[in-house]
Design a protein around this ligand. Structure first.
Ligand SMILES: [Fe+2]
Length: 220
């Protein structure tokens, strides 16, 4: 089964699981853009969030009221390469920034596992929400995920986008250039959902972090 299908498979599995856990969601330091979230905006966006019958899926619907455009998902003690991914979300024209776009993301840990142990959220602790600012920009810091332990699918970061006029939907997962597990299909269909190139190349800066850009385009 392809990883594209797996998003749906995971969703169906989620419908059978009643997992709940407080998300690890930390605001970045002083450079955090404190998106003054008008509650009505977030409420409007959540009207378009995926809601399954028993509430097992909690992506956009669970965004915190203090959601910002920048988040930190990992701590210094976490194993794995620290990375920062930033970008701009554009309207379907690919040119006009799209403010107030809610991004939900989740990924595995450095060994390819989501939640570990009883009580862990099925998306693990590396999950969070961002709301793009007036310039459409967002950024998050975390650790680089690894392929699933069975080593069949490339390492990836899942993302959904939701706006007040667009229902929550997955865009192409972020992949990492050089990963031998990236499939020919992922290469050929890159950009099909979310536009631009989801296969990222990192630049290592003097602070030791790996930086990459993932721009996104809302689907018409
Ligand atoms: Fe996954």
């Amino acid at each position: 089964m392809s990883r594209y299908c797996e998003d749906r498979r995971e969703f169906l599995k989620r419908a059978l699981i009643t997992a709940s856990a407080m998300p690890l969601l930390l605001n970045c330091g002083g450079d955090a853009v404190a998106q003054k979230t008008d509650g009505t905006i977030l409420d409007s966006i959540k009207q378009n969030a995926i809601q399954d019958a028993n509430g097992a899926w909690n992506g956009a619907i669970s965004a915190p009221s203090n959601v910002t455009s920048r988040i930190l998902l990992s701590s210094e003690s976490d194993k794995g390469d620290p990375i920062e991914i930033s970008g701009t979300v554009y309207r379907p024209d690919g040119k006009t920034p799209a403010p107030n776009t809610l991004i939900y993301l989740y990924h595995t840990d450095f060994e390819g596992y989501y939640g570990r142990g009883n009580g862990a959220h099925r998306h693990g602790k590396y999950r969070g929400w961002m709301l793009t600012g007036p310039d459409g920009k967002y950024a998050f810091r975390t650790i680089k995920p690894a392929p699933y332990p069975e080593n069949r699918f490339a390492a990836h970061i899942h993302m959904t986008l939701t706006t007040s006029t667009m229902k929550e939907d997955w865009v192409d997962s972020i992949l990492f250039e050089g990963d031998r597990l990236i499939s020919a299909r992922e290469r050929s269909e890159a950009g099909r959902k979310g536009g631009f190139n989801p296969v990222l190349s990192f630049e290592k800066r003097s602070d030791g972090l790996l930086y990459a850009v993932r721009d996104l385009k809302l689907m018409a």
